[in-house]
Design a protein around this ligand. Structure first.
Ligand code: GDP
Length: 346
């Protein structure tokens, strides 16, 4: 059903979505609904791009989960009638209520952007890789502003060493170094950039979207209710065939993770822990502890064990708070995550 000339392909359409869209349309008995991707969230409405149009749509109350940017949906001329089953979901912790807030769906790669003009903090990168695994996406680290430092490759090596299995790319938006490599990484993928303010995300996004493919389809002057519709969007098809999502919520993403994603981030420690004498070993000097033995042998860096410890404590505290909230607010169910796809795990 997909063809390279299909405008939906520029938005990331594939046979998977075609099959899900057909199944959902049949189940709902709606032959008036067409598939599209949410390219912006506008309060109660969403901006949807289909093969034919880019327009605002309301969302029927029965639609579950409520679509976010990146979701594939079925939409009629009036409303979104279905959200197709997600492959991944990036979530943010709501600091006030300690509940999760969905931000972006169906991302393949989370690019963690760090500026080489400031100290590259291992803890932050590990936290961000956990967020990516937790979302069901693969993390990659992009070190920007290589033109400003002499030792970019040494830093890249250190970051790669501290994050086994994570791709690390050195770039410079000023000289173009590494940009092609990031493009290749994101080809045919939906990618988001996360990182602190000033890390170089906008510059990287601009460099990547050089030759940005406009969202295809006619953009009508008004929406279904006659209101003016702007054409700005948060989802950018790239000439390389990938899709870049940049929503305001992503830039301030906090930690929302669980013990499982800590295990994915620190799988070397988890593997060693499997050989500890006690199954509940806390790796703090217990007899027969393989993890501390690995540190003593020089096989595991003590900083990595420290990072694992503070990360685990943070997750435990967060889970405890969430549990307390649950008892205090029985009426506030946590947002659901649909069918996450986990990768990079054995
Ligand atoms: P953001 O806040 O993460 O979006 O960061 P920006 O992309 O706005 O970049 C922050 C600052 O770093 C700006 O002044 C950019 O011009 C500068 N910058 C970004 N990338 C590079 C680079 O590769 N080389 C140099 N020399 N400066 C850069």
């Amino acid at each position: 059903m997909t063809s390279p000339t299909d405008p939906l392909v520029a938005l990331g359409w594939s046979d998977r979505w075609a099959a899900l869209a057909d199944a959902a349309a049949e189940e709902l008995g709606r032959d008036d609904a067409v598939p599209g991707r949410v390219i912006r969230h506008d309060g109660v409405a969403v901006l949807v791009a289909t093969a034919e149009w880019v327009e605002q749509r309301s969302v029927l109350p029965a639609v579950d989960p409520v679509p976010v940017v990146g979701d594939w949906v079925l939409s009629t001329d009036e409303s979104v009638v279905a959200t197709l089953e997600r492959t991944s979901l990036l979530r943010r912790r709501d600091a006030m209520r300690d509940v999760e807030q969905p931000i972006v769906a169906n991302i393949d790669t989370v690019v963690i952007v760090c500026g080489l003009d400031r100290p590259v903090k291992d803890g932050r990168i590990q936290r961000a890789t956990a967020i990516a695994w937790d979302a069901g996406a693969a993390p990659a680290v992009v070190l920007t502003k290589a033109d400003l430092v002499d030792d970019a490759e040494a830093t890249a090596k250190a970051v790669a060493g501290a994050n086994p299995g994570v791709t690390v790319i050195v770039t410079s938006a000023a000289t173009g170094e590494g940009i092609e490599e990031v493009r290749r990484l994101g080809a045919d993928h939906t990618v988001v950039l996360i990182g602190e303010s000033g890390a170089g995300k906008s510059s990287l996004a601009n460099a990547l979207s050089d030759g940005d493919v406009a969202v295809v389809g006619a953009v009508r002057a008004g929406d279904a209710k006659g209101r003016h519709t702007t054409t700005s969007r948060e989802l950018h098809p790239l000439a390389s065939g990938g899709v870049l999502i940049d929503t305001p919520g992503i830039r301030s993403i906090g930690l929302w993770t669980d013990a499982e994603s800590v295990a994915a981030t620190f799988d070397d420690i988890e593997t060693l822990a499997g050989d500890c004498r006690f199954s509940d070993c806390a790796h703090g000097g217990e007899p027969g502890c393989e993890v501390t033995a690995a540190v003593a042998r020089g096989q595991l860096h003590p900083d990595r064990l420290d990072a694992w410890r503070s990360f685990s404590e943070e997750v435990e505290a967060s889970e405890r708070r969430a549990e307390e909230q649950k008892w205090r607010r029985p009426e506030a169910p946590p947002a659901s995550k649909q069918g996450p796809r986990r990768r990079g795990r054995t």
